[in-house]
Design a protein around this ligand. Structure first.
Ligand code: PGA
Length: 246
């Protein structure tokens, strides 16, 4: 695993954005694995600004998202489909037909997971963007998720529901279930960038970079087994690391 410690969130977002751009420039038909959350927003802004300046063409790329709440519908302003349109797809001119995300209104959850696994098989990702939870979760894979899981439907933990309730009018409106790529699906990407910003993530980054055991109790730990994974963090998220390299 490679570690990059940058001075600021802006710098981190620029470096991660340049890695995505390099992937698209090397292959205009690249498949991009994308994430929601506050962390990748700066990266997405970097791509949009770069496109404004240089006119980079995204009409050939395919975008595959990690996860989605169950039951909101894509037009709900808290759905991850909506987030992606707002923060990235509109700015890059990426059409709906180029994007994949779990169908949160699917009637049969098991069939939906199989459908998504087939999408992942059809479009092997060239690069996957990831955030990390302070407990080491990746996407909606909470501690305890078996590493061999592919796409699955999860019951959200009380902690996650509470954390996410800040985006809803009340905690009762937060969905109780979600769809997510599993650890095995995430590991299927050729390249992975995992981003973290701020001291709230420092403990998780310490465990990711310096932990010794790889167990489902810390889902992100599986990334240590990936042949091409880069951890990109700012100073705050790196603040508990023994050794830092820039
Ligand atoms: P964040 O979420 O980017 O909003 O911190 C990351 C995550 O929980 O995976």
């Amino acid at each position: 695993m490679k570690l990059l410690v940058l001075d600021s969130y802006e710098e981190m977002s620029r470096v991660a954005g340049e890695a995505v751009l390099a992937t698209v420039k090397a292959n205009p038909h690249a498949v991009l694995g994308l994430a929601t959350g506050s962390t990748p927003i700066g990266l997405y802004e970097h791509l949009i600004e770069e496109k404004k300046k240089n006119g980079t063409d995204y009409t050939g790329v395919t975008c595959i998202n990690l996860d989605e709440y169950a039951g909101l519908g894509e037009d709900h302003d808290q759905s991850y489909a909506y987030f992606m349109k707002k923060h990235l797809f509109l700015g890059l001119g990426i059409e709906k037909g180029q994007t994949y995300i779990e169908n949160d209104l699917a009637e049969n959850g098991e069939e939906e997971c199989l459908r998504y696994d087939a999408v992942l098989e059809k479009y092997p990702r060239d690069i996957q963007i990831l955030g990390i939870g302070s407990n080491g979760h990746i996407a909606f894979n909470e501690p305890g998720t078996p590493f061999d899981k592919t796409t699955h439907r999860v019951a959200l933990t009380e902690g996650t529901i509470r954390d996410n309730s800040r985006f809803f009018r009340s905690v009762d409106e937060v969905p109780k279930y979600a769809y997510t790529m599993g650890p095995k699906s995430i590991m299927g990407s050729k390249k992975i960038l995992i981003l973290a910003s701020g001291e709230g993530k420092a403990k998780a980054i310490q465990e990711l970079v310096e932990g010794t055991e790889i167990t489902p109790d810390f889902p992100a730990g599986i990334l240590r087994n990936h042949p091409d994974c880069t951890v990109i963090v700012d100073k705050g998220a790196a603040s508990l690391l023994q050794e830092r390299c820039v």
